[in-house]
Design a protein around this ligand. Structure first.
Ligand SMILES: NC(=O)C1=CN([C@@H]2O[C@H](COP(=O)(O)OP(=O)(O)OC[C@H]3O[C@@H](n4cnc5c(N)ncnc54)[C@H](OP(=O)(O)O)[C@@H]3O)[C@@H](O)[C@H]2O)C=CC1
Ligand SMILES: CC(=O)N[C@@H](CCC(=O)OP(=O)(O)O)C(=O)O
Length: 344
């Protein structure tokens, strides 16, 4: 049994970590922080967890307590992990950060997009980008993992087979993505109100979103060249889920894209390549750590359209974080992550 802590336990990704870890046979959650709810029992705030964490209580973040853990998840806004990571790593605690604090390799690029100086640039060389489908071996020995963002996960898994095989023009990538409202977190914000977000649909961040440099970095790593990417996120009136429609242009003749995708992901526990002609639905991944993909080539043209769906709170955040923990501690990669999706 390992002891874990969660910093930022009242947010959507924090409570999703608790829900998933309740099924994990080798993890005991021993510390969970919230500054606003310190002293409140977890199951009083989240009755869905009654019977699972009956004595666990939110407490103020305390480096001493967190430093006694084998691993700490950060489910906090950006900047928080910067402040605590060094001290915890020095105590031997492994860190799995769900925020963007350690995702970009270049501290200067990070501060341009996040509008503040990077708080821990000396730790960047230690950080491993936690996309297991690309970096599994490095994750196994990592002490600091940066869990990919939700849009970056859906986009990178969709383009990975095509870019690795060098089949598409890396300068002409278009990612048209939609997210449910939990992607914006639990904090009160006007655009997340029922009357604002329901029965309506809008793009945002079209001229530049924080996930753009992260996605560019990841796609560039797949074929060792910078990519040209247009990324437009949209807010859609659903609670969970991301749907990415990914366009690219073939530069070489290919017989069977379906076979390429099936082969690339044959041994991946959390990527499901659907049968040819499929249109994956976000509800088919609700609550689970799977990314479902379908690949299309409209009218046999040179255009490839990949459809990629994930649950933003699971494969897009907390589930992927646990997948990383499993790899870091030598557990079965799917431990705690095997339940099927909710339907409807
Ligand atoms: N929502 C999603 O779909 C995804 C989110 N992420 C990332 O995961 C992280 C968490 O997201 P989410 O759960 O949505 O966020 P929320 O806004 O829902 O929750 C944030 C949590 O962090 C705590 N917190 C806030 N400020 C601080 C601070 N200065 N020090 C310590 N704790 C703090 C809050 O509790 P309190 O203020 O009481 O301490 C709260 O528990 C973010 O970085 C987000 O970008 C990544 C992928 C997907
Ligand atoms: C709908 C919505 O607002 N989504 C968020 C997704 C960002 C997120 O979840 O944060 P990470 O960078 O840590 O992945 C956004 O666009 O900012």
């Amino acid at each position: 049994m390992i002891k874990v802590g969660i910093v930022g336990g009242t947010g959507y990704t924090g409570v999703e970590l608790l829900r998933l870890l309740a099924q994990h046979p080798h993890v005991s959650v021993e510390a969970i922080t919230s500054r606003s709810e310190a002293g409140v029992k977890v199951c009083d705030m989240y009755p869905n967890l009654r019977g699972h964490y009956d004595t666990l209580t939110f407490s103020e973040p305390d480096a001493k307590q967190l430093g006694d853990m084998d691993a700490v998840f950060f489910a906090t806004p950006h900047g928080v992990a910067h402040a605590l990571a060094g001290e915890l790593l020095d105590k031997g605690t492994r860190i799995i950060d769900l925020s963007a604090d350690f995702r970009l390799r270049d501290a200067k690029v990070w501060s341009e997009w996040y509008g503040q100086p990077h708080g821990a640039p000396s730790l960047l060389e230690k950080a491993v980008y936690g996309l297991p489908e690309m970096h599994r071996e490095k994750i196994k020995t990592a002490r600091l993992v940066a869990v990919p963002g939700c849009y970056p996960t859906a986009v990178q898994l969709g383009y990975l087979p095509l870019l690795e095989a060098g089949l598409i023009d890396p300068q002409q990538l278009i990612a048209d993505c939609k997210s449910g409202v939990t992607g914006a977190g639990r904090g009160a914000k006007v655009p997340s109100l029922l009357a604002e977000a329901s029965e309506s649909f809008k793009a945002y961040g079209a001229s530049g979103h924080r996930h753009l440099p992260e996605i560019r970095q990841g796609l560039g790593d797949m074929q060792a060249h910078p990519v040209g990417l247009t990324f437009v996120p949209h807010l859609t009136p659903m609670i969970r889920g991301i749907h990415a429609t990914l366009y690219s242009q073939l530069t070489t003749s290919v017989d069977d894209l379906q076979a390429l995708f099936e082969k690339r992901y044959a041994s991946e526990p959390f990527v499901d390549v659907m049968p040819a002609g499929s249109h994956p639905e976000t509800r088919s991944v609700k609550g689970i750590n799977t990314c479902r993909l379908a690949v299309h080539r409209p009218e046999n043209s040179n255009t490839v359209v990949v459809l990629s769906v994930i649950d933003n709170l699971v494969k897009g955040a907390s589930g992927q974080a646990i997948q990383n923990l499993n790899l870091m501690f030598g557990f079965e990669e799917n431990m705690g992550l095997t339940a099927p999706a909710l339907m409807p």
